[in-house]
Design a protein around this ligand. Sequence first.
Ligand code: GLV
Ligand code: MN
Ligand code: MN
Length: 488
Amino acid sequence: MASLSRKLSSFSLLDGSRALTFSVSILLASLLISEGLEVGSGEDGGDELFPAILRDEAVSRINQLGKISDADGYLERTFLSPGSIRATDLIMSWMQDAGLKTWVDQMGNLHGRTDTVNATAETLLIGSHLDTVVDAGKYDGSLGIICAISALKVLRIKGKLEKLYRPVEVIAFSDEEGVRFQSTFLGSAAIAGILPPTALQISDKSGITVQDVLRENSFEATDESLVWVKYNPKSVWGYVEVHIEQGPVLETLGYPLGVVKGIAGQTRLKVEVSGAQGHAGTVPMLMRQDSMAAAAELIVTLETLCKYPDKLFAYDEQCGFFEKESLAGLVCTVGEISCWPSASNVIPGQVNFTVDIRAIDDEARKSVVSEFSNQVYRKCEQRMVNCTIKHKHDAEAAHCDSELTLQLKHATSSALRKMPSDIHGDVPILMSGAGHDAMAMSHLTKVGMLFVRCRGGISHSPEESVLDDDVWAAGLALLQFLDQHVNQ
Ligand code: GLV
Ligand code: MN
Ligand code: MN
């Protein structure tokens, strides 16, 4: 703590079901919300839509954060890494500039809270994560934190912070990606009260535990300190997250923003394949127990299972009840593989790889996990290698609150009507294939999400790109949403 203070692929129900997206959005009845955001002059140079804060400053801050990295030449910030701590400090200064009271909790989450008259009313939480993947883009996580701070800064300039009738708190979560410990949502799960104390003992590749990392940074890291981080559901009104879409739907529709209906559940596994290490030149092909060849077969097995799930389930009587729809959006990935001893003239003795399986339908996902596991053990036996499967992470699909989503939708269309560009049509409603802190927060309170269009649907890549005007639109939509919590 002392050292710290020193210093979430999206897909929609489109394509086969493009009509469904629109019919869902049409089905949602119109909710009349206040569109009375008083805008005017001030630090923003008199422009009514605050482009200097919501666009120019926000974009410049995203760029600044995008340069804070633990690696040379690419962006990487993991849980409580030196880069994450520098990022925390910088975000803290921006929160203070927006008029927020700041602190860092015992899991390294950074909070910035308004000091409202009605301090004990249920709090509106707005957040996203400050950690990144390896070789990340600069918008994933940062965009949501910065849009929230910018919108609150506009409220401060308008003298409206004091008029909020409930506290608003921005949270920059310390870990969503789970890169270092393979266990996502360390930050938001602790706040939501769903992080088990055993999480402190999870270790990274070099055997350092979450508890070690916390203690290196002067946090207590005890079962009790985890309890301090947890919020009481009764003290919270809801949670809102702005996030880069990470998929191509909004760009395809030509629409800058969309609201989210639900987030796919996910399972992460680690598969360990142990064979017999040997000489590449002397062991005959039929006498090998090659862990690399076995791993390759298992990876292709996973791909086939997830590419053509109906083939499998069509022949499986037990799973016959699956509707095609429940398998829609099923995606499976092997993103990391390691091999020992990793030399060109050695048959590998050990290969480990990660598996990431996601689906909107939790039962469908669990069935795929179970089928994949059965096939792994069967194929490993055939190849005479030993395989173990470790469950690293499971998150159920999350459903966004329909009323909160409707409020975000109306705030969005109202903001977009004010923007100079000419945008027509209903705000799209999307499903998210990517995981978000909102999943963990849905165990604490109702959640809603706003997605922001990105170029080519690319994310988890340095190619991630969002138009400056779309950052502006997102900030304006959030501002419009916040205005509903202000005494007019
Ligand atoms: C987080 O970005 C995830 O979906 O893996
Ligand atoms: Mn993210
Ligand atoms: Mn991400």
